[in-house]
Design a protein around this ligand. Structure first.
Ligand code: GAR
Length: 313
């Protein structure tokens, strides 16, 4: 089972969206786990719930601290827990520019309207005052512009005659609790799933001289023009759920040695194993891309025609 992406949730209050993220993460096929819940208010009710669910919590009142100082304390805690994505869930505090820049693309927020309509506070009052018949919720990436980052997902919610801000908020919450886990999971999958991994392998492999790609036995294979295949990208090939890179080892002896030294990373691939190929797992959640690049280069060199293999790089 690949490791799950590590998510930190920032809250200021009730934390019902935090709870939705936590409970969704308990599904086996959910690609993220919540590893920290932090609040800028030690009395935020969501903290007690997170603690009861066995999730580490951190509370730091923001009073008396400059914005960047406060954010630095939060960031230190995120780093301590190895957080890779930050989900703002009712976090009613503006983030410093530095924080936003450092987490760009990996920090999400949920907002109770169909953005770009009704940014800011008192959203349901504004929706009713504007006479809207439809509202909803939005999950977006956080950028320096308040409630203004790229939209990742939205759910529409009908406004009923006689709705009050409270009744509307309740229904929008139902929608939020469905939307947030789905969008977060989608973002994580898009960045860590097989398609994203293939994209990175392709970039590295095709950067090698005269390298080309073609489908071979249902796999994405990379070969040197006029030479042989030097790498294959494997994805769930035998229904085993494994995503891996196959490259040429020096021979069966090195193959056995590699597997003995690190059996979490290396394995003997079916069909290719007997001819000295080595499988490198790409789904451990902890890829060392320069190491993978070295392997691709080495395997390329072993497969390229002499005139190319001699190239100094
Ligand atoms: C949610 O409705 C969320 O969209 C909103 O605060 C509520 C928090 O509820 N966030 C914002 O308005 C941010 N601009 P919760 O604590 O129960 O998740």
């Amino acid at each position: 089972m690949p490791e799950k992406a590590r998510v930190g949730v920032l809250i200021s209050g009730r934390g019902s969206n935090m709870a939705a993220l936590i409970y969704a993460s308990r599904a086996d096929d959910c690609p993220y786990e919540i590893v920290l819940v932090a609040a800028n208010d030690p009395a935020a009710p969501g903290l007690a719930l997170a603690a009861a669910e066995g999730i580490p919590t951190f509370a730091q009142p923001h009073q008396g601290l400059k914005r960047a100082e406060f954010d630095a304390l939060i960031e230190a805690e995120l780093a301590r827990h190895g957080v890779e994505y930050v989900a703002l869930a009712g976090y009613m505090r503006l983030l410093s520019g530095g924080f936003v820049a450092r987490w760009q693309g990996r920090c999400l927020n949920i907002h109770p309207s169909l953005l770009p309509a009704h940014k800011g506070l008192d959203v349901h009052e504004a929706v009713l005052a504007a006479g809207e018949t439809v509202t909803g919720c939005t999950v977006h990436l956080v950028t320096p512009e308040l409630d203004g980052g790229p939209i990742l997902g939205q759910t529409r919610v009908a406004v009923l005659p006689g709705d009050t801000p409270d009744s509307l908020a309740t229904r929008v919450h139902y929608a939020e609790h469905q939307l947030y886990p789905r969008v977060l999971a989608g973002l994580v999958r898009a960045e860590t799933g097989p398609e994203a991994l293939l994209g990175r392998i392709r970039n590295l492999a095709l950067a090698l001289p005269e390298a080309e790609e073609k489908l071979s036995h249902g796999m994405n294979g990379f070969f040197v023009r006029g030479g042989k295949f030097f790498a294959y990208f494997i994805r769930d090939q035998h229904g085993d759920g494994i995503t891996a890179l196959l490259v040429k080892a020096d021979g069966l002896e090195e193959q056995a040695q590699l597997i003995e030294n690190d059996s979490n990373l290396y394995y003997r691939p079916a069909y290719f194993g007997p001819s000295g190929w080595i499988g490198i797992r790409l789904d451990t959640g902890d890829n060392d891309w320069s190491h993978i690049d070295d392997w691709l280069t080495r395997s390329w060199r072993a497969s390229a025609p002499k005139r190319l293999a001699m190239l100094p790089f």
